[in-house]
Write a protein that binds this ligand. Structure first.
Ligand SMILES: Cc1cc2nc3c(=O)[nH]c(=O)nc-3n(C[C@H](O)[C@H](O)[C@H](O)COP(=O)(O)OP(=O)(O)OC[C@H]3O[C@@H](n4cnc5c(N)ncnc54)[C@H](O)[C@@H]3O)c2cc1C
Length: 373
């Protein structure tokens, strides 16, 4: 079958890996002139690394393994501990923090030459009963048996197929940077949560540390680090150490955006994957993991049924879990207003589960959002 994939991000490249391996004739149209390596690192939970492993991606050599998740209050009191090593043993694959550039490069490296056509921006899409036709901005026309829309949060394929509203901003932004580690972050992901937001940090391999801060989504000032130092003043160690090491040029703002997860993630000869289907805030780090779940489900559905039936089956299989991940991400954190009261130290202390229960609950959440673990 001829498959056209719009977008060479994590979703599009992983889909290309899966569909080439299944014997399909695949072309990826990417509007950038070169791979979009992106900045920062992504956390891949046990489901994401397991799916990458199934695709033959050597994820175990990328970034750093995560052995634990440790959530603390702004005063440094224990809120939640998750033993990710125990979950790795249970699910057969470990969570990792992987620089985005390394993951994209590794996905690309396993594809035959020439499959990704850079500088090809999808401009127009027509979905017929038996084929999909795509026209690029430069006027080239491509015909395929299936079009996979993996063109991210501002997806043109989605707009054509669903005639849908674009993703909406949620009012929160993440300021994130991948910096030389100012101290040894160990192998845990640490997140401090308070009424004004949260701050997280974790090692990403090669002496790098990913750090992130959530803030109200306002116009970024000229001096973001000064703004962060004011907002996070008085938080427990090591927040001040991170802020002392940060420079304005180290961090970037990412306004949170969220799509309505559509009733159908596909239509006729077209499916949507990743952020094109269900962009969600990065809180709880599910976006790329859910994109990989999409890829796995699509490959399985195409292996089991003719294309129209496979598109319907893919939608049924993925919609509920993607919507659940999106709801968790949207409700997982507040930075202002009454909901943020639940993030004060006394409120968090009341809600803190014993460690074994935290690990169990986190594993249950991953299992609930995944087809793989
Ligand atoms: C700050 C931040 C932190 C995050 N952290 C995590 C994390 O820790 N763990 C996690 O699982 N997820 C995380 N995410 C979410 C994750 O990054 C996304 O869900 C994931 O990258 C989506 O991949 P994608 O391939 O669907 O989209 P994208 O990565 O956006 O790729 C889309 C591709 O399509 C191309 N494109 C766009 N339009 C066209 C067109 N018209 N024609 C051709 N090509 C086109 C783009 O150039 C791009 O290459 C985070 C997101 C943010 C913003």
């Amino acid at each position: 079958m001829r498959v056209l994939i719009a977008g060479a991000g994590i979703a599009g490249l992983a889909a290309a890996r899966a569909l080439v391996a299944a014997g399909h004739e695949v072309a990826v149209l990417e509007e950038g002139d070169a791979p979009r390596l992106g900045t920062g690192a992504v956390t891949l939970w046990c489901n994401g690394t397991a799916i990458l492993g199934d695709l033959g991606v050597g994820v175990g050599a990328l970034g750093q393994r995560l052995s634990a998740l440790s959530v603390r209050s702004a005063r440094g009191r224990r809120v939640l501990d998750v033993d990710l090593d125990a979950l790795a043993a249970r699910f057969g694959s470990a969570a990792r923090v992987v620089p985005r550039a390394a993951l994209v490069a590794e996905l690309l490296a396993g594809l035959p030459d020439g499959i990704v056509r850079f500088g090809s921006s999808v401009a127009d899409v027509r979905i017929g009963a038996d084929r999909a036709v795509v026209r690029t901005a430069s006027g080239d026309e491509h015909v395929a048996d299936l079009l996979v829309g993996a063109d991210g949060v501002r997806s043109r394929v989605r707009a054509h197929v669903l005639g849908d509203l674009p993703a909406a901003r949620t009012g929160i932004a993440t300021w994130q940077g991948l910096i030389p580690a100012p101290f040894d972050p160990g192998t845990a992901m640490t997140v401090l949560v308070g009424r004004r937001g949260d701050c997280g940090f974790m090692g990403a391999g090669d002496g790098l540390m990913q750090c992130m801060f959530e803030l109200p989504d306002e116009q970024p000032g000229d001096r973001p680090v000064e703004n962060l130092r004011r907002r996070y003043a008085g938080w427990a160690e090591p927040v001040d150490k991170i802020l002392a090491a940060l420079r304005d040029e180290d961090i970037e703002a990412f306004p949170h955006q969220r799509h309505r997860v559509p009733r159908r993630l596909g239509h006729g000869r077209c499916v949507l994957l990743g952020d094109a289907a269900h962009a969600m805030p990065p809180v709880l780090a599910h976006g790329a993991n859910q994109a990989l779940e999409d890829v796995r489900a699509l490959a399985a559905c195409l292996a089991a049924a003719p294309v129209d039936a496979a598109v319907r089956a893919y939608s049924r299989r993925r919609r509920g879990r993607a919507a659940a991940a999106s709801a968790l991400a949207a409700n997982g954190l507040a930075v202002t207003g009454p909901r943020a009261l639940a993030q004060t130290s006394p409120a968090l202390r009341l809600a803190a589960p014993p460690p074994a229960l935290g690990t169990w609950a986190f594993g249950r959440m991953l299992r609930g959002l995944s087809d793989r673990v």
